[in-house]
Each structure stands twice: as C-alpha cells, then as structure tokens.
Design a protein around this ligand. Structure first.
Ligand SMILES: Nc1nc2c(ncn2[C@@H]2O[C@H](COP(=O)(O)OP(=O)(O)OP(=O)(O)O)[C@@H](O)[C@H]2O)c(=O)[nH]1
Length: 338
C-alpha cells in the first residue's frame, strides 16, 4: 500500500491524481486523450501515468499504463453472472477495486517519474460516483496522493438552462459527496463558446432571464435550484476547453495547480481531523469495553465472595450451650457462703 500523504515536505514529489468524470458522451475519453498528449508534449521526460477504469470501452484512443480490461473481462462477467451491460460494468469495477491496493503500489513505484496520474472513468457516471467500488477507489486514492476531480461537461448540450442545471446538480452532488477539489471542464467549447455558462454561474439574474425564456414544466424547479447552487458556484473553478483543438489547456493547468493547493490546504487537514476523530472514537470504545470487563469481573468476584461466605458459614456449627455449662458443675470448687 502506498505511503500516506503528509504536508508540504513530501507533497512536492507526489504526482497529482486527476479523476475524470462526466455524463455519457460528454467527451471524457477524448479529453483524456488530449490531456495525455498535451502533458506529454509539454514534458516528454515526465509523461502522465494513465489508467482506464472503463471495462466496456471498445477502442481506447490513448496508451494506458493500467487498463481495467487487462484484469477483468467485461463480456465474461456478463455471461458468468447473467448480467446486463450496466450490471456487468458495475461488477467488473467491484472486482477491480478489490485489487486497488496493487494499483496504488504501482503508482507509488512510478511516482518519481510522473507529475500527473490520470483516471478515465466509465461512461455511465453513476456506475462510478454512486457505487461502493467508486467510493473505495476515490477515498483510497485521495488519502494516498493529492487528488482533483475533473468534471467534464458537454457545453454544447448545456445551452438549455434546464440541461445546464441538471448537469450542475450532478456536479454539485459529487463535490459534496467527495469533498475533493473540483474543476469543471466545459468541453466542446470549439462548438459553442463557453462564456454563457460562466456567466450563468457568476450572475444569478442572467440565469433566471434564460430560464424565463424557456417554457418548460421544470423551469420553476430550475429557478429554485439555482438559488441553492449559488453557494456551490462561489468556489467553483470552471474552464472552457476543447478536446479536439486543445484550446483552454493553459487555463486548465492553472486550475489544476490551484486545486492541488486546495487539496493540501483544506482537504488533507480535514481528512486528518476525521482520522483523529475516528481514532478517538475507537479509543473511547476500547476504554468502555475495558470498563465493562472490569465491572463484570467485580460483579463476578462479589458473587464468588458471597458463595464463599455462605460455604464458610455452613462449616461453622450452630452455637449451643457447652456440655460443661452445668450450674452444679459451675458451683464445683467454688466456696459457697450461706
Ligand atoms: N467538437 C468536439 N467534439 C468532441 C469533443 N470532445 C469529444 N468530442 C466528441 O464527442 C463524442 C463523445 O466523445 P467520447 O470521448 O467518446 O465521450 P465519453 O464521455 O468518453 O463517452 P462515454 O465513455 O461513452 O460516456 C465523440 O464523437 C468525440 O469525438 C470536443 O471538445 N469537441
């Protein structure tokens, strides 16, 4: 198992893990391919270490250092367990996560040669974000190396405020679940300029204007939810990007550096606080168990003492007047004065 991350001292030598998530078709795989190529071009000596966690991907467009498909055969899982496609993806990921400590060991071994470790996740976002295996992978990774979530959004599909809102709600739920530093990648900005999305996040009124122009049964809900999301937008990093042209790369790298800083300044201290709390709870539980044991011992020994006492009592005979207790004999040898 990889060594736990500590503050600044050794943080400099740890690569940054980038967990790429997003709705089906948002462009995750194309994004990972572009990011891998750009990082490799920027520093050929230190290319990113890339992992594919999608067992169902047919054609991988980038060279993966670790590929889930080498460990689990998704089609075999389907026939062996009699599952449908989504069940098989979930089960394959579950099987893979049981060996995740080996993945971490490999990453740790290669750490000195890489600045970034990129994870491509399954197309069906919920398979990763709401599964036990997804949580295990995310939590174990985040407690081992600095981890940042890159949430890929198809900005061309988000020009409708309702679709935009649904995507943002999903992003928000991942952020609150993982509490990890977060960057929203407004992908496909070569098709539609992402400026409108940034504006909607920064200015509540402009979003409401857009909602008002849309006659949808869900418009009222969108209006109410946008108030809730205002808080979420406050510290949100969002960047326009094109996985086809590479546009937005410099901005993305700045946001990743900033998110990595947040990992050390906010996420890690909070994680350590939680660990310390869990350790204290465990100590208290042990102390309570010990006290219960002591109480049981005392209760048992009182019981034993009482038993012993009654045994001792039974071995002591009833007290009766002595045979020598005869008034005549008592007078014997005693001078009587009439
Ligand atoms: N124009 C444009 N097209 C893109 C961009 N990114 C991805 N695409 C296209 O969007 C489609 C989906 O891209 P994928 O990378 O397969 O998306 P994905 O999220 O990995 O898909 P699943 O794993 O199936 O969920 C493909 O046709 C890509 O060529 C982009 O930045 N610009």
């Amino acid at each position: 198992m990889a060594e736990k991350v500590s503050e600044a001292g050794d943080s400099a030598v740890k690569p940054t893990a980038l967990l790429v998530m997003g709705m089906a078709g948002s462009g995750k795989t194309t994004f990972v391919q572009r990011l891998t190529a750009e990082l490799q071009m920027a520093n050929i000596e230190r290319p990113p270490y890339v992992l594919n966690l999608d067992p169902a991907v047919a054609d991988l467009q980038y060279p993966a250092n670790i590929d889930i498909r080498d460990t689990v055969n998704y089609k075999e899982v389907m026939t062996q367990y009699g599952l449908g496609p989504n069940g098989a993806i979930m089960t394959s990921l579950n099987l893979f996560s049981t060996k995740f400590d080996q993945v971490l060991s490999l990453i740790e071994k290669r750490s000195p040669d890489h600045d970034h470790v990129i994870f491509d996740t399954p197309g069906q976002i919920e398979v990763f974000t709401w599964s036990a295996s997804g949580s295990i992978i995310t939590e174990t990774l985040a407690s081992t190396i600095p981890t940042v979530i890159l949430y890929v959004m198809d900005v061309a599909k988000c020009t409708s405020p309702v679709t935009f809102m649904s995507n943002m709600m999903y992003a928000c739920s991942i952020l609150y679940k993982t509490e990890l530093p977060f960057v929203i990648v407004l992908n496909k900005s070569d098709i539609v300029n992402h400026a409108f999305a940034i504006e909607w996040m920064r200015d509540y009124e402009t979003f409401i204007d857009a909602v008002n122009q849309e006659e949808s049964y869900i418009s009222n809900l969108s209006r109410s939810l946008s108030l809730v999301l205002d808080d979420f937008y406050c510290d949100l990093r969002a960047v326009g990007f094109s996985s086809v042209t590479g546009m937005g790369m410099t901005d993305l790298m700045e946001k990743i550096t900033d998110a990595r800083k947040e990992y050390f300044e906010e996420f890690l201290p909070e994680l350590e606080r939680k660990r310390e709390k869990a350790r204290q709870r465990e100590e208290q539980r042990k102390a309570e168990d010990l006290q219960r044991l002591k109480d049981d011992l005392v209760r048992n020994s009182i019981g034993l003492a009482l038993q012993l006492n009654s045994k001792l009592k039974s071995s002591v005979k009833e007290i009766k007047p002595s045979a020598r207790d005869d008034p005549a004999k008592r007078a014997f040898g005693v001078q009587r004065s009439e």
